[in-house]
Design a protein. Structure first.
Length: 126
């Protein structure tokens, strides 16, 4: 069971390729059941230095296939910048709104860096 953003980040870091975290942007989704037990971590996309494609349909395809009730969005910023950008905020809102119709709750959106994290929930963005 995931109890904090820090705990989730540590788990996510174990799944991240150390050679890519500061090189290319990747997007992953943590799939969880109703009790917030992790069902799996799905690597949604790998992009370039400044971005990656995060197709909302793919988030929900993975969540529905895993029978997930909760998800945590996660991506890295190769630049090392912890501040979420406008696209991060808009995507989080879009996925959360879509999830309401499918009864799939977005628990958080975590930006992962080698030595730090930022959870959008902690910043009041969810």
């Amino acid at each position: 069971m995931v109890k904090s953003a820090t705990e989730c980040c540590e788990l996510l870091k174990l799944t991240w390729d150390e050679n890519k975290i500061e090189f290319v942007e990747q997007f992953k989704v943590v799939l969880m059941n109703r009790a917030q037990r992790i069902l799996g971590i799905y690597e949604l996309s790998t992009g370039g230095v400044t971005g990656t494609v995060a197709d909302p349909k793919l988030f929900f395809t993975a969540a529905l296939k895993a029978n997930a009730c909760n998800i945590i969005l996660s991506h890295n910023h190769p630049s090392g910048n912890l501040k979420p950008n406008r696209a991060d905020e808009e995507l989080t809102k879009k996925i959360a709104a879509g999830g309401m119709y499918l009864e799939i709750k977005v628990i958080d959106h975590i930006i992962v860096l080698v030595k730090d994290i930022i959870a959008l929930l902690m910043r009041g963005m969810l």
